[in-house]
Write a protein that binds this ligand. Sequence first.
Ligand SMILES: [Zn+2]
Length: 350
Amino acid sequence: MSKISFKTWKQVVEFHSPIKKGELDTQTIEVRQDPLTGHQSVLNEALRGKVSFAFPETDYDYLQRRMDDTREQCFMCDGKWRMTSPRYPERLLPEGRLEKGEVVLFPNLFPLAPYHAVVMVGEKHGRTLDDFSPSLLFDAFQVSVEFIRRCFKADSETPYFTINANFMPPAGSSIMHPHIQIIGSPLPSTHHRLLLEKSLAYHQEKDSCYFTDLVETEKESGQRWLGEIGRSSWFTAFSPIGSNEVNAVWSRNANFLEWDDDDVQMMAEGISRTLLAYHELKFSSFNFSCFSGPLGKSSPEFRCFLRLINRQNMHLHYRTDDFYLQKLLKDEMIIYPPEYLASLIRKKIC
Ligand SMILES: [Zn+2]
């Protein structure tokens, strides 16, 4: 028997539809609940085949125009970051910034946490999702993990770190130039806290780790399974908290201090391949957050966990994908059913 069970409820809605010449239309809605957090998402099968209604595909001419129009003022392009980006104090980073290949890490000018770094991902100002190579992402994640190590060495009272991205304005990014952000705080974020508390409660009740049980269950069922890259496991989220959500679990690592270059490489490969699959679906925007257990602590209940989601695509008459359902009711609307999404992405991961 599977270690984790996935709860769903079906609900039926009836109304006379003008699309069916006033006939009675019956639609079935499926509500799904995340087994760890209880987060709910809603799937209406009638939306299948009408994706562009809720999620218009990318307008590549508009995207190119936005890239061209913003390049001149970009503070990162053409090495301008050397003059315009801040530097860390010597006690934290004697170098001021961390550089590797085409990537550079520096402090956020307006931090939202005691440690809030920005990593410029490559010198190129505009990229589409087929243009994030594993080697570029490897350098970006390697400097991120190195930064986290240095922070913990300087300040062991700050154990809660995430590695995050906003890509393109619909994902909340204020600049077009690809970058990621590292947040480190003595307090976890609201969702990070929920993951930590719920996985601890699960461990206390079942004497088992939720994340490794989830991997085992998803692998066994295969419906949402994408594949394994090294010791990381990739699958689509049963009850997503964002559009087209892909998850990964590092089965061996409870926190970022336990990562070596192989673990960094797994994240780079998995994200690069997923973004390529997103690109083939004509998606152009994303967010991700990779959650770590508290640094310096043995956490048998936790494993590093990635959430990667789409946001609305780049097109002129942009409409946000967060409405009251997500922002205030904290549910999510499923556009591609996760099992179908897995069939679209799987060939890139395997
Ligand atoms: Zn730029």
